[in-house]
Design a protein around this ligand. Sequence first.
Ligand SMILES: Nc1nc2c(ncn2[C@@H]2O[C@H](COP(=O)(O)OP(=O)(O)OP(=O)(O)O)[C@@H](O)[C@H]2O)c(=O)[nH]1
Ligand SMILES: [Mg+2]
Length: 326
Amino acid sequence: MFIDYAEIEVRAGNGGPGCISFHREKYVSKGGPDGGDGGRGGDIIFIADSNLTTLLDFRYKTKYSSENGHPGEGSLKTGKSGKSTTIRVPAGTIMRNLDTGDVIADLSREGQEIVVAQGGRGGHGNDYFKSATNQTPRTAEDGRPGDYVRLGLELKLLADVGLVGLPNAGKSTVLARFSAARPKIADYPFTTLIPNLGIVRLREYKAFVMADIPGIIEGASKGKGLGIEFLKHIQRTRLIVYLIDVFEGNIEKTLQVLKNELGDFDSDLLKRPFLVVLNKIDLLDDVTLKLVSKKVSPNYIFFSAATGKGEKELLTRIENELDREK
Ligand SMILES: Nc1nc2c(ncn2[C@@H]2O[C@H](COP(=O)(O)OP(=O)(O)OP(=O)(O)O)[C@@H](O)[C@H]2O)c(=O)[nH]1
Ligand SMILES: [Mg+2]
């Protein structure tokens, strides 16, 4: 499981101070107290947004606060409340109070909202303190402090798309092409030792998570190569992309090898929607390319992670599959 994690501090607004004031009017002497209460401080509110996919922003901005309540005023005017701050987090974010360790919220549903820190109540103005024995109170209260909470945010990132292929097929190159992830890429097998994850943005509010995992060889389920323990990282992906080097002598056989290994690990993986992508087409001349395309299923996608040729079709096909799965 990939986990995105961030620690932040939030501070709700303090209540505004109460006001000390006495009623003043021409020809009226000794007006009574009329200091109003301070306004409430603003809250800190979190809301789940399924368009967001990472907690990355929270590593850059770690402190959040809300406006304090405004002071009370004469003529019994209550101060204005401070503005609350609403913070959007990816749906699926779990929030923990770092000081107590308690889980405060599990914002799993889109639009779900929670007030994590409450603004302080405003202080009473002097009008509040008048009594039979004290008709001219000269005291007012300060506002109460707003809540301060240290929060741990945790997001389990589930890959939507898993790249599966023999070593050297170009899986890491694909991830690097489409996302900001920078996995190691090299011209030898087993470059990737642990899964990498990247976010592929399709357009402003549409993105998916792609996982690049180590190469798989025949017998991997029996421990050959790097084994297949890491396949657990794609167990919950919604789409599997088999990436095959177009130079492979026998594309169908390679596909079968990959499927067999996946099936040995978890037969459910074979029921998952999948695409077959033939990579490195930049290395073929047009004539050879045509010959290959006649030999394989018309559903296969021809692509070059190096030049980007065919990327529009690939991304459209991935998007269609993911939309269908929702
Ligand atoms: N010409 C060409 N070379 C490519 C293309 N895609 C990847 N390569 C090269 O193929 C080699 C292997 O690429 P990687 O992305 O490391 O392959 P991988 O599938 O992640 O390999 P492992 O992590 O070892 O399983 C590198 O030298 C890449 O530069 C492509 O579309 N065209
Ligand atoms: Mg790799």
